[in-house]
Write a protein that binds this ligand. Sequence first.
Ligand SMILES: Cc1cc2nc3c(=O)[nH]c(=O)nc-3n(C[C@H](O)[C@H](O)[C@H](O)COP(=O)(O)OP(=O)(O)OC[C@H]3O[C@@H](n4cnc5c(N)ncnc54)[C@H](O)[C@@H]3O)c2cc1C
Length: 507
Amino acid sequence: MTMNRRQFLQAASAAAVAGAFSFPAFAAPGVLPEKWDEEYDVVVIGSGFAGLAAAIEASDAGASVVILEKMRTPGGNSIINGGIMAVPGSPEQAAQGIKDSPELMMKDMLKAGGQLNHPEKVRFLCDHAVDTYHWAVEKVGCRFQSKRIKQEGGHSVPRSLFTENGSGSAIVTKELAYLEKKGLKPRTRCFAQTFLRDTDGRVKGVLVRDGYRFPKADSGKLKAIRARKGVVLAYGGFAADAKYRQIFDPKLTDKFDTTNQPGATSESWREASRIGCQMIQSDWIQILPQTSPDEKGFGIGFAWSGHVSMFGLWVDAKTGKRFVNELANRKVRADAILNVRNMGHDAIAIGDSGTAKSFEIIRPGMLKRELDRKCVFKCETLEEVAKRFGVPVEELQKSVATVNDSVKTRKDVMGRPVNKDMQPLGTGPWYVARMSPKIHHCMGGLLTNLDTQVIDVEGKPIPGLYAAGEATGGVHGQVRLGSCAVIDCLTNGRIAGQMAAKNATWM
Ligand SMILES: Cc1cc2nc3c(=O)[nH]c(=O)nc-3n(C[C@H](O)[C@H](O)[C@H](O)COP(=O)(O)OP(=O)(O)OC[C@H]3O[C@@H](n4cnc5c(N)ncnc54)[C@H](O)[C@@H]3O)c2cc1C
């Protein structure tokens, strides 16, 4: 059934006023506009790593593409991201003699994911990660630092590469530049409000609000966009949506800060459910352990605490004792820090002048910025650390001794893997950051197959609908390992773009 354009847009306007959970006539399966305002082969929703990778591949395959972005600027969480990407078997690892393999990365991901990850998705990702690395470097022009390889918590070897500027922006800007050369720019302030699914099951287009002002639901001009071949859902996660995230995990109230951009909200998650997409594991929402309570959002203090997790120690300020393996997976560490904080104690990350020296090499100027921002504090002696943070000094000295023992014996009492470059601690000045976890990542989302087709509640692929990135579930299970999201978004984003471009056109 079709509605004429006026009836169709009137129904859509009425729906926006009635509220997001209404089920308006125009959104019923099979109700399509008689006339479309615009037409493209592939419509991509979201302009982060995944959406841009999909747009690149779809466009290179000859498809006409539009990229819809509801916010004022493109890039989503990807452009503010920490810039680390896991690659098992990169040339950078080989140059440093680090032995790694897709199998080992898969083992690490499944272990952290509590085996909730869908093994075929993990296998696919790990097998294609090196290929995506070459795609990013050789095709898109991304650069990774050659000497700096991080061992993130839960990974058995150092395999996380840093972008040239230590931020995801170094990837997003290259993706945008690649697309711009092809005459393609994300259409910002364009919110994909309704996914139009026909009675034959196929998704045939989207109803957008052009000129949308986030978060005003009824802003912008309604337009119907036809997707001749496919729609790619790359709308990211909902970590910034306190109300929605509490449906899945009631602990995650608005008392928690988030690392996410303000537009990481749930509208598209609800819309995907409405058209019958199978959602999985949406209640696994990650909290980033080592963020700082002394600044807002993602901030910069995490960088010192993260470096200290390899080369220093984390301590309960009230007891002076280490309270967790500083390189355990994110859930273990976040839960441990929350436990300390729930007792009213501070959880602090401590490193000495040696730790600061190695930090300066890999993140030049960062420690000074952190000190200036007052999310890291300098103390000349361990006694001064104890006094400033109320730590029993003898216990603190014993805790430092456990780290120094681990350097000698290559075994750590807390079970932390001992980094080959780890040095004994003992020379001031000491640098200390407080830690308070912030809501970070949605592990769950749309169920997809290896061709990135979205599966519906009846277990069948939805014709014309593809998805990639944080909008999807199944790759990370209960805990995403640090640096595995970038590679997931790029790898599956590429596939989604290729598949959508290859799909048959509907008449
Ligand atoms: C601060 C921070 C640091 C991180 N650091 C790392 C790291 O170093 N390594 C790593 O692997 N992972 C990291 N992550 C996780 C990773 O960055 C994200 O999982 C990833 O960026 C998600 O990419 P995406 O393309 O799926 O979505 P996003 O980049 O979030 O993009 C989705 C876009 O879709 C838009 N959108 C949503 N709904 C609509 C709609 N209906 N219509 C139009 N537009 C819409 C959003 O506004 C957004 O711009 C980090 C995350 C954060 C928040």
